[in-house]
Design a protein around this ligand. Structure first.
Ligand SMILES: Nc1ncnc2c1ncn2[C@@H]1O[C@H](COP(=O)(O)OP(=O)(O)OP(=O)(O)O)[C@@H](O)[C@H]1O
Ligand SMILES: [Mg+2]
Length: 382
């Protein structure tokens, strides 16, 4: 039986009741949301609120169970205890919400806002906990590291889904502008251009030099003009996140390699947006000599944090930019791959489904996955 000693001093019955409810919800199957529902019924605040009150407890309970099932005593790590506490508080906030509350935007909106606000520190708490749990281990492929990596991947994917759904609720109940977090005419080229401008601004402020970034778009019939740019239903925030992370890495590597502005100009970064009817594919290529050999396949591990240039304005130095970007791509059925050409550069390929029926949330569920370590993590290939 799990203990929740950090929640204050309520009676034993209360603990058992809460433990029982968490166990019941954790055994339930999560319900993935499709882009179609997102643009349809879930653009309506009351329908989305009802869904959140039924679905969020299932996803939070799964995450609580994931923490409790870690192969190390999680109570020994204060950061994990804090994350566990946050999940429990969110579980209760949604599960104990009476109809009279979630039906009224003015009552339910602050609840969602508070959960989102409290969640902000989760990612870094998890990373700190993971580093402590690994202790002095330098291996990334031993069974414990693989299991810890899988825990982080599942946890963060589930958390991303919750944040996206809560973000949708906050967006569609925003009195100032009735917007939704999903755009059914999402312009991939425009987002890539904005990401490039933002990263270039960061380069200018943090390092005083700016790599060149060429952005272009193609459809299956060749190069396209502004008005023929491929559009699709997608969450712009996700696309922006992934492209920004990839560009930050390419810019960082280029700036580290080029000693002068003239050298930097000889190493333009190329971003190509392509689309056919089924997919939007984005390739980001740089000429910064590839992933260093000592880093290799560790780039996909949350446990790797070896950047010597930590906190440059382009990197936090946590070394989670790539695994998190892959997770963002995976969330709605996409994929992210990297090809490193030693001594030449890196090609990153982001592929996203364009057909609405393929755009469905990817939600981890231990009852289905059976705790198996994914093939991706087993192989740890680039
Ligand atoms: N385009 C690239 N060229 C060369 N090395 C790269 C490239 N992209 C990633 N890397 C290497 O892979 C490592 C991991 O990248 P990742 O984005 O996951 O973390 P990071 O950039 O170090 O930190 P952050 O969490 O802020 O992104 C980098 O530290 C760098 O050594
Ligand atoms: Mg990075």
């Amino acid at each position: 039986m799990p203990t929740w000693h950090h929640l204050g001093r309520p009676g034993r019955r209360w603990f058992c009741d809460l433990a029982q409810r968490v166990a019941e919800y954790a055994a339930m199957k999560p319900t993935p949301v499709s882009i179609r529902s997102w643009l349809g019924e879930f653009a309506e605040p009351v329908q989305l609120a009802e869904f959140l009150c039924k679905e969020m407890p299932v996803r939070y309970a799964e995450r609580i169970r994931n923490i409790e099932q870690l192969p190390m005593p999680w109570q020994n790590f204060e950061e994990l205890v804090a994350v566990h506490h946050l999940q429990l508080a969110a579980f209760q906030a949604f599960q104990e919400q009476p109809r009279s509350q979630w039906e009224r935007v003015e009552a339910f909106r602050p609840v969602v806002q508070e959960v989102q606000q409290n969640d902000k520190k989760t990612k870094f708490l998890l990373m700190q906990a993971a580093q402590k749990m690994r202790g002095n281990s330098t291996s990334f492929t031993d069974p414990f590291s693989l299991e810890l990596n899988k825990f982080l991947d599942d946890f963060l994917l589930s958390r991303l889904g919750c944040n996206m759904l809560m973000g949708q609720y906050l967006a569609c109940t925003n009195h100032d502008s009735h917007i939704t977090s999903i755009v059914n005419q999402c312009d991939a080229l425009d987002i890539c251009r904005k990401a490039a401008e933002e990263v270039q601004r960061r380069c200018a402020t943090s390092q005083g030099r700016v790599p060149t970034v060429h952005v272009s778009a193609y459809s299956s019939s060749g190069a396209v003009n502004e008005d023929q740019v491929p559009r699709f239903s997608y969450i712009p925030g996700i696309l922006m996140h992934v492209v920004r992370e990839l560009l930050k890495n390419s810019c960082q590597a280029s700036l580290e390699l080029a000693k002068t502005q003239a050298e930097l100009q000889q190493m333009p970064i190329n971003l190509v947006v392509c689309a056919d009817v089924r997919h939007v594919v984005i390739r980001i290529s740089d000429l910064a000599h590839g992933i260093p050999r000592h880093v290799g396949s560790r780039i996909w591990s949350y446990l790797y944090s070896g950047s010597p240039t930590a906190m440059t304005g382009l990197s936090f130095g946590y070394g989670i930019g790539l695994p998190l970007s892959r997770l963002h791509a995976k969330y709605l059925g996409g994929a992210l791959d990297l090809v490193s050409l030693p001594g030449y550069g890196v090609d990153a390929y982001l592929s996203l489904p364009r057909v609405e029926t393929d755009l469905v949330e990817n939600i981890p569920d231990e009852d289905v996955d059976g705790g198996r370590v994914s093939q991706e993590l087993n192989l740890l290939t680039l």
